[in-house]
Structure formats: C-alpha cells, structure tokens
Design a protein around this ligand. Structure first.
Ligand SMILES: [Zn+2]
Length: 368
C-alpha cells in the first residue's frame, strides 16, 4: 500500500454491500421504540428515562459473563408481547440495516419468549415475517428469519419450537438455532429438536464456543448438524476441530464487540479473528445485538479493519464470506453475489482512483 493511499474509512465501509447473519430481534430494538411501546402498551419498565434505560440495558458495556449480558433481554422482551410491537421491531431492524447498506439480513429470536400476553406461537412468527417483508418492499434488502430454541429450557420446549420452524419453512423461516446460557446446558440435550429440523431439510446454526470450549462446537456440528456456528470464539483451542470446520467450509458468525462484552475474549486484540482469517476459515462479521452491544455492521467491519489492518482484498473476502454463508437457495445466492462483487469492485476502483489523484497532488506539491 502506498503512503498516499487513503486508509479504509467509515464512508467506504458504509457504502459496501454487507450481510448480517447473526442479529437478535430482541437485542436490536431502537431505544426510543422501547419507551414508546412501553407507554402505548402500558408495560412497566424499571425506568422512564432514556439515559437510565440505556444504562440498565448496559448498551456497549462490559458484563460479568454471557448470563449477565442476557439479563438485558428481560427488559426488551417485555415490550415485544403484541403482534404490532413485533412487526414494528422487525421492520425497524431491517430498516436500520438497510440504511447502512446491509443487503442480506437474517434476524433471529426465540418465539417462546413472546407468549406472556397470550399470543400464539404462529402469530408471533407471522408478525415478525410481516415486519421484515414490509422492509423488503421499501428498501433494497433481502431478509430471512431464524427461529431459536433456548438451551436452558427443556428439550420438549425446543422440540415444540422446532415444529414451529418446520411449519414456517418456505414462508420466510430459513433456519433454526439454539441460544441462551451455554455453560452447563449442552446442545446434545436438544438433539431431538435438531433431528426433526434436519429431517425437514432446514438450515441449522448454533451458538457455540462463546461461553464454553470446543466440546460445545463439536456437539453443535456432530450431534445437531450445524451448518454454521454462532461465534466459535473458542474454536482455536482445538486445532483438530478447527481444521475440520475449515475443510468443510463451516462459516463462523463472528461478533467482535459482543464477544468482548460477554468476556468470550479479554480484549479485541486477543480475539482470534485474524488468526481464523489467515487460516482461511469462512469468517463473517455480524452485530449480535445492535442495541445491547451498541453496534452496527459498519462499526464491526471498521473495528476489524482498524484492529488488524485489513486490506481492500481482505475486507472484500470477509464481505463475500457473508454472502456465501447466507441461508439462501443456491441460484438466488449466486445472483446476489454477482451483483455485490461487481459493486465492491466499483467502489474499490473508485477509491484507487482517488488515491492516484492524491498521489499526483502530493507529487505536484513536492515539485513545488
Ligand atoms: Zn447471538
């Protein structure tokens, strides 16, 4: 890279076509929306002030561990108990994503957490699908929905939720996940749910290797048939499994800031992202929770770029990894990829021509 080449800045990253494959609906609301929904639906919140609420949701703050981080969801789920609220939250997360040029978004949530006011599970799924669809009509974004079971709930509950995912296959639901407290709650306890999911040819992604070691990733892959891994931060502890995931091109949904906040890593420089990228693993960058982690896709890409000095090619590689890993039909994915690669090349060459102009301006200046 020549001295005069401009560093990759926020405007460039914002303009890039991007994906977000790991984004929780209930962790990605707008703060004002929580306050408005609480007032409208008469939901008591621990505070009425925006700043205090931000503090309680520990937006962007370090937590003790994953379980502590997950406490914020008790507050957000309280206001997501009506169809209108779910529809609005889904629309807004897709709108916020589209505004930073996320072109493919997979939103995930656990429908079982939204039954407190009597909604049926099918209403809960349909409302979110309606919100996402409305955003697709308005913006240049494609979306998919991932249904989550919860590790610390019973395997029977997971099976019920898996049946729900099957019922909504080809109607917007593109995958099934297991979220919640990882430590002490092994994925293999829920294998019956995954057996049903896999027998119905539904995609699987599982949170693993975030708050537990590589054994958890091993279970996700070999007991539950995961096609992607949520986080995989601790995969580096097993070279053998790491090679297996690399050989089989199993994508990792990496969420840098969230990994720091849940203490899956002690610092950003200590994150294995660069190590994985250099080994050729299919790493993708994602938000996890736009509100609770206080982040955006642009911000996650920028963080990686600045921390590890990613080149234009490396950044493009991570971006393409995201599109390659989408739970989309092959042909549709290919068409989308062709389009975004073309866009990225144009952006990169426009940037190069700016850098050439800068170089010639600098040279002229030197001549004087
Ligand atoms: Zn997550």
């Amino acid at each position: 890279m020549s001295e005069s080449q401009p560093s990759i800045d926020e405007a460039f990253v914002r303009a890039m076509p991007k994906t977000d494959l790991h984004c929780h609906l209930d962790g990605s609301l707008r703060l004002e929306t929580i306050l408005e929904l609480a007032q409208q639906d008469r939901v008591p919140l621990p505070t009425k002030g925006a700043e205090e609420l931000r503090e309680l949701l520990h937006c962007g703050k370090l937590c003790d561990d994953l379980v502590d981080y997950l406490k914020a969801f008790d507050i957000t789920c309280k206001v997501l108990q009506t169809e209108a609220a779910l529809r609005r939250a889904a629309f807004e997360v897709a709108e916020d994503s589209a505004r930073e040029n996320v072109r493919y978004l997979e939103v995930r949530y656990a429908p079982i957490l939204h039954t407190n006011r009597g909604l049926r599970l099918d209403q809960i799924v349909q409302a979110v699908l309606d919100g996402l669809q409305a955003a697709e009509h308005k913006y240049d974004i494609k979306t998919g929905l991932i249904i989550c079971g919860i590790r610390n709930m019973t395997p029977e509950t997971s099976l019920r939720i898996a049946e729900l995912a099957v019922a909504f296959k080809n109607r917007g639901v593109v995958g099934f996940d297991l979220a919640g407290a990882e430590y002490d709650h092994p994925a293999k306890h829920h294998r019956e749910a995954f057996y049903l999911i896999r027998n119905n040819n539904i995609n699987v992604t599982i949170h693993a290797g975030e708050a537990y070691g590589p054994e958890s990733i091993h279970q996700a892959i070999h007991y539950c048939g995961a096609h992607r891994i949520g986080h995989g931060t601790r995969l580096r502890e097993s070279g053998d499994l790491l090679n297996f995931l690399n050989d089989h091109r199993v994508p990792l949904e990496i969420c840098l800031r969230s990994n720091l906040q849940t203490r899956a890593v002690q610092s950003i420089p200590a994150h294995p992202f660069r190590f994985y990228l250099d080994l050729g693993l299919r790493v993708t960058l994602n938000t996890d929770n736009r509100l609770i982690t206080d982040t955006t896709v642009t911000s996650e890409y920028l963080l990686a770029t600045q921390q590890w000095g990613l080149s234009i090619d490396e950044l493009g590689w991570v971006m393409i990894n995201g599109f390659k890993s989408a739970f989309l039909p092959f042909r549709e994915k290919k068409m989308l990829m062709r389009k975004v690669i073309n866009e990225y090349q144009q952006l990169a060459s426009a940037r190069n021509s700016i850098s050439e102009q800068l170089e010639s301006a600098t040279n002229q200046h030197l001549d004087v």
